[in-house]
Design a protein. Structure first.
Length: 379
């Protein structure tokens, strides 16, 4: 049981405590008993959470349209690698590849689709879902970062709701000083204790992001995602020329660490309900924290990545033609007097689905960060 493994790790650690990042890493990614490793991950309407591709093919198709435009900007290189990092159930891969095969056959012909996935259980789901699409499965290859040579990729690396699940350090202000929140165990329960910071990188993070924490009030707490910086370092190192697209929920740094957000952004998802207690349902629930897009932008600059755009998913999809799809649905409801009640219901349901993708209080409020390496600006 994962709780027992974490408990043993705590007992074997100095001062009988581990960082929250270590706790979160074990709870989510332990190779046998972590949430993402066991096959308990339940994504969809009845699962712990759902993502944009669960609302139909539109998200993958519009993303495919964006990628085809980037391929054109890059001068149509052959081959062109498309790397999906954290592919969920493989739905984006299916929707995007089918769209590219149908609408952009020249790009489809030179495409190499790589999936980087840490969870064996999710790899199995992805392979099962893609198996029935014989015309696209040959384009897909699963691999690890270690199998990709440095400075070799020409194309685009993209992720959708990946970075939010990276393990984060928790920090707080105590007596005016930056302190770290650790996890310990007592009386059979996990508890938090405060101590000195575990790594000087937590202090360096504020210089990177330009956030001044000296004036934060006593007891203020939040997160730092050092794993996101390490991940971007790997991605930038593998990319020779092309783009990095990161889609996730999050904020720019000053909004992330606003004085009013004094308890951070850590959330847990269990059976489609969210709460803020990561110490229950251990190994059976997702644990996430919002993404600091300013940190990714600033880290990217150090790695040779230019920030091309930071926008909201709703605006991103509207610019790619989601508005046209909505307009076509409106025309079909008003312009076809012979439509059956069932057809009208289906049209209305599809309109509702598309609106969910651009709802500013939901998926439409997600951030979309586009970074480039050794290519011309797309602005």
């Amino acid at each position: 049981m994962i709780s027992e493994i974490i408990y043993q790790q705590i007992q074997q650690s100095p001062q009988h405590r581990i960082t929250f990042a270590a706790y979160m890493d074990l709870a989510l990614y332990h190779p046998q008993h972590g949430y993402y490793a066991t096959g308990r991950v339940n994504i969809g309407d009845r699962g712990d959470f759902f993502t944009a591709p669960h609302l139909g093919a539109d998200f993958g198709e519009l993303l495919g349209k964006q990628l085809s435009e980037l391929w054109e900007i890059m001068g149509r290189p052959e081959p062109w690698q498309l790397v999906e990092m954290g592919a969920g159930q493989g739905l984006i891969a299916i929707d995007m590849l089918r769209y590219l095969q149908r609408e952009h056959p020249e790009l489809f012909g030179v495409l190499e689709y790589l999936i980087i996935e840490k969870s064996p259980a999710l790899i199995k789901q992805q392979q099962q879902n893609l198996e029935s699409w014989a015309e696209i499965i040959s384009k897909v290859r699963w691999c690890s970062w270690e199998e990709i040579p440095e400075n070799s990729l020409v194309g685009c690396c993209f992720s959708n709701e990946l970075v939010d699940a990276f393990p984060v350090h928790l920090w707080t202000i105590e007596a005016g000083e930056l302190r770290e929140i650790y996890v310990t165990a007592a009386a059979g329960e996990f508890r938090e204790v405060v101590g000195e910071i575990s790594t000087p990188r937590l202090q360096d993070y504020w210089q990177l992001t330009g956030i001044k924490i000296t004036n934060y009030p006593e007891g203020y707490r939040s997160e730092v995602n050092l794993a996101a910086l390490d991940w971007l370092t790997i991605v930038a190192g593998k990319l020779q020329r092309g783009y990095v697209i990161t889609i996730d929920y999050g904020y720019e740094g000053d909004r992330y660490y606003s004085p009013g957000r004094n308890q951070g952004t850590l959330q847990c998802y269990y059976r489609h309900r969210h709460h803020a207690n990561p110490y229950i349902h251990v190994g059976q629930q997702d644990i996430t924290a919002h993404v600091n897009f300013t940190a990714l932008q600033q880290q990217g600059k150090l790695l040779g990545l230019e920030s091309e755009a930071l926008t909201k998913q709703g605006l991103f999809l509207m610019e790619l033609g989601l508005g046209d799809r909505l307009a076509a649905l409106s025309s079909s409801t008003s312009g076809d007097p012979l439509a059956t009640p069932q057809e009208l219901i289906q049209i209305m349901q599809r309109r509702q689905t598309l609106h969910q993708l651009i709802d500013p209080h939901g998926l439409g409020g997600f951030g979309v960060l586009v970074q480039s390496k050794t290519v011309q600006s797309i602005s």
